[in-house]
Design a protein around this ligand. Structure first.
Ligand code: ATP
Ligand code: MG
Length: 340
């Protein structure tokens, strides 16, 4: 659905008084398949928003090409480019609603711009509001709504023109965790029920783990890692990815947390990953039985990524030392344990 080929975006800047260029996006190539929810993650300043704006040509790339649905935006004339751009809706962190317009008026606005009659615009806007569950709020004004409701209006507005792609820039970053979950559920419905391809930017790996099929990690304008969401979570290769994943999974005790566990548990601690294809718990319990070991759960962080289990558990092993050694050797042989 979207293909970026060696896309670079530079901005003029001053380097110690001398004119220079800053590469906000640096030679990025990636493909987003039709029907996917694709996440772009990275720390502040990594170039995520710039990349998203390049996808719909709000920013023209300095070099490289952007293909949407097979059409090279840089090669299209102004009219056809506008049509392709209109097939992409955008959702923003700060909602960007008109305060002086009603909810319905906000959602109908882009339809008016696209040349629909007033009546048709209002009908389609009402339909979009029904989809996001806000039909009863059509006559209210944005400031009478909660943050989560405002974002649902933002999503309805983006959907009103029946886009093929939704581009979301930190759509949940201004919301609390529960509201974030509701908005992510809505985006998932937009994807599955309406078949809209979604590209979403976030600095929270939790958002990726909630709804993304694929993910690209950006640092300093570059994509340093990309792939299926589960694979990236299970086997992060770049340090930036590793840090982001650990902050989302909270599964491996480190530093002060590990020291507290050691103080609390006098026995030997072992951290065992729980993955879709590795130890699923049953292999672990079989091994524990074979070596007649008892255990206490010291720490557990197992959740889901793409509906599959991922995380790890830290156990305090209880039993004779040689049995524990043999158990650990066997577990390590299966490539599945790290001694805490
Ligand atoms: N119009 C511009 N002119 C000059 N520099 C810019 C411009 N837009 C972005 N930049 C710079 O490009 C870099 C990337 O910015 P961008 O907004 O894409 O990052 P981001 O990953 O979205 O960050 P955040 O998570 O904080 O939103 C930043 O250093 C920013 O200062
Ligand atoms: Mg940004």
């Amino acid at each position: 659905m979207i293909e970026l080929r060696h896309v670079t975006k530079t901005f003029p800047t001053r380097d110690g008084g001398r004119a220079s260029v800053f590469r906000a996006v640096d030679d990025v190539s990636l493909t987003v398949e039709r029907g996917m929810v694709f996440g772009i993650v990275g720390h502040s300043g990594a170039g995520k928003s710039t990349l998203l704006r390049v996808i719909n040509y709000l920013e023209e790339p300095t070099s490289g090409s952007v293909l949407v649905d097979g059409q090279d935006l840089g090669a299209l004339g102004e009219r056809r480019r506008r049509a392709v751009r209109r097939s992409m809706g955008m959702v923003f962190q700060q909602f960007h609603l008109f305060r002086s317009r009603t909810v319905l008026g906000n959602v109908a606005y882009p339809l008016g711009l696209a040349g629909h009659s007033r009546r048709e615009a209002r009908e389609r806007a009402a339909e979009a509001l029904r989809f996001v569950g806000l039909e009863d709020h059509a006559r209210r004004y944005p400031e009478q709504l909660s943050g989560g409701q405002r974002q649902r209006v933002g999503i309805a507005r983006a959907l009103a023109t029946s886009p093929k792609v939704l581009l979301c820039d930190e759509a949940t970053s201004a919301l609390d965790p529960r509201t974030t979950g509701e908005v992510l559920d809505l985006l998932k419905r937009v994807n599955t029920e309406l078949g809209v391809t979604i590209v979403l930017i976030t600095h929270e790996m939790d958002v990726v783990r909630g709804i993304c099929d694929g993910v690209a990690v950006m640092a300093d304008g570059r994509v340093v890692e990309s792939g299926g969401a589960y694979d990236v979570f299970a086997r992060p290769r770049h340090p930036v990815t590793g840090a982001l994943v650990r902050s989302a999974l909270h599964d491996v005790p480190e530093g002060a947390a590990l020291e507290r566990l050691r103080a609390r548990h006098s026995g030997r601690l072992v951290t065992v990953p729980v993955t879709r294809d590795g130890t699923d718990g049953s292999g672990l319990s079989r091994l524990l039985r074979r070596y007649e070991l008892d255990f206490a759960v010291a720490h557990a962080g197992v959740g889901e990524v793409q509906d599959l289990p991922l995380g790890s558990v830290t156990l305090e092993l209880r039993g004779p030392d040689d049995a524990i050694d043999a158990f650990l050797t066997e577990l390590a042989g299966a490539g599945e344990a790290a001694v805490a």
